[in-house]
Every structure is written in C-alpha cells, then in structure tokens.
Design a protein around this ligand. Structure first.
Ligand SMILES: Nc1ncnc2c1ncn2[C@@H]1O[C@H](COP(=O)(O)OP(=O)(O)OP(=O)(O)O)[C@@H](O)[C@H]1O
Ligand SMILES: [Mg+2]
Length: 238
C-alpha cells in the first residue's frame, strides 16, 4: 500500500481511570474497505470515538492524508474528511428524517453541497425519500440505521467510519445494510467498518484487523483471516 489515507499509530485512549486502547496501529488506504473486528467491550467504539475527536488520545497519532488529526476538535476532524456513523444511530428523535439528514451537513462546505448530497442519499436509500417528513422516533430499526448512514454521507467525507451497522437488525435487514455499504464503497468512498460480527464484516472488507483488549492481534486479507486458526477457534465456533 502507498501512503495510507488514514494512519493510526500506537494509539492510546480511554476513560477516567480506564485505559482502553493500548498502542493500537492500523492503516486504511484510499479506496480500501477495512474491517476492525473484535468481541464486546474490547474498544472498537473507543477507537472510532478517538479518531473522530470525541475522546482525546493519551498517546500515539492519527493522520489523514498526512495531516495530523491527533487531539484536534471533532468539528475540525469532520471538516478534514472523517465521518463517524455512531453505534446505535443517535438520531434526534423529534426531528424528521430530512432534518436529521441535514444535520450531517452542518459545516459550511457541506452545507453548500446539501441539496445535491440529499438527492444522492435519496437515490441510494429511496426509503428515506418516502419517510423524509416522518419524525425519527417513529421509524423502524432499519429505517433508523439508514438515516444514520445517510446523515454520515451528507458530510461528504473522505473516510466513512461505521460502528456496528448490523447491530440489532433482523437478518434480512443485516444483508440489505451490508449491500448498501458495499454500494457506497463501490461509489469510491473509503470505508472503515467496526463490527462484532466478524464473518459479516470480513465478507464485506478487503482487509481486516482483529482487535482484542485494545490492540490489534491479527491483520491480513479478509480471506486469510477467515481461514486463520485463532479466528476459527475464537470467533467462528471452531
Ligand atoms: N463512557 C465510558 N466511561 C467509562 N468506561 C467506558 C465508557 N465507554 C466505554 N467504556 C468501557 O471501555 C471499554 C471498551 O468499550 P467500547 O465501547 O469501546 O467497546 P466495544 O468494542 O465497542 O464494545 P461493543 O462491541 O459492545 O460495542 C469497556 O470496558 C467499556 O465498559
Ligand atoms: Mg461498540
């Protein structure tokens, strides 16, 4: 891989009295689809929060296309092109689908493009066009997930980070969501996907990283990881 688009080096971060990320390193090349997989509570969300500036790194570095983003403000990180679609959607419940989508385009550059982007989001996710006037609290789980992803696309970033997009969805909806994420990637967006569902994530991604207790224990091409003995024993039921 040439110069990575997103480079995370020796990153440490955590919460008051609890260090979670313990010197984690990974790279995402421009146009790649990368999965970070690992069990519950091992720091996947903490990783994305630290990259997007919601949590402050206590060590290491995060760079995007050579630009140092470590300890920048969250809005500066969004402006640089890093998009974070959070675990659990975190929509504004009393706002409509359309209003929630527009919240993704709050920065000046994105606001100038909001009309065009909204149309792109509606093309990709036609259900959201139908539901655009409906308040978020009345959406189905699948519709909420789509709105969260659509809101991320509204900021027009270079890297789309998705935290557990399959979580809590019915199997059919999981497959549909996976297909939509693949389509976003085929359209040229670089994707960093964080998932507990190792099998699903590695079937989608080009390469993957296995994260345990706050650091990377294995990495490689998705096919190689799916055939790896540790992965088979620990994650795929032998
Ligand atoms: N706001 C917080 N304050 C204190 N500890 C936290 C906070 N958020 C997470 N933690 C702890 O940090 C560790 C890592 O949590 P994190 O949410 O990053 O894991 P995860 O891999 O995303 O898990 P899951 O698969 O359940 O989403 C856990 O031990 C968790 O209890
Ligand atoms: Mg999580």
């Amino acid at each position: 891989m040439a110069t990575p688009l997103l480079a995370i080096e020796n990153l440490s971060a955590g919460y008051k009295g609890l260090n979670v990320l313990a010197g984690l390193s990974l790279e995402v090349g421009a146009g790649e689809f990368i999965a970070v997989v690992g069990p519950n509570g091992h720091g996947k969300t903490t990783l994305l929060k630290t990259v997007s500036g919601l949590l402050s790194a206590t060590g290491g570095s995060i760079t995007l296309a050579g630009l140092d983003l470590t300890r920048r403000r969250a809005d500066q990180i969004v402006a640089a092109g890093v998009v974070h679609v959070p675990q659990g959607d975190l929509l504004f419940p009393d706002m409509t689908v359309r209003e929630n989508l527009l919240m993704g385009a709050y920065l000046p550059d994105a606001a100038a493009q909001a009309g065009v982007r909204l149309e792109e989001v509606f093309q990709l996710l036609p259900k959201l066009r139908e539901r655009q006037g409906q308040v978020a609290s009345t959406l189905s789980g699948g519709e909420r997930r789509m709105t969260g992803i659509g809101r991320g696309l509204m900021s027009g970033g270079k890297v789309l980070m998705l935290d557990e997009p399959s979580l809590g969805l019915a199997p059919l909806m999981v497959q549909k969501t996976a297909e939509i994420i693949r389509e976003i990637h085929r359209g040229g967006t670089t994707v960093l996907l964080v998932e507990q569902n190792l099998h699903l994530a590695l079937r989608m991604a080009d390469r993957g990283y296995v994260m345990e207790i706050g650091s990377i224990v294995l990495s490689g091409a998705s096919g190689d990881l799916l055939g790896n003995e540790h992965v088979k024993k620990a994650y795929l039921g032998g």
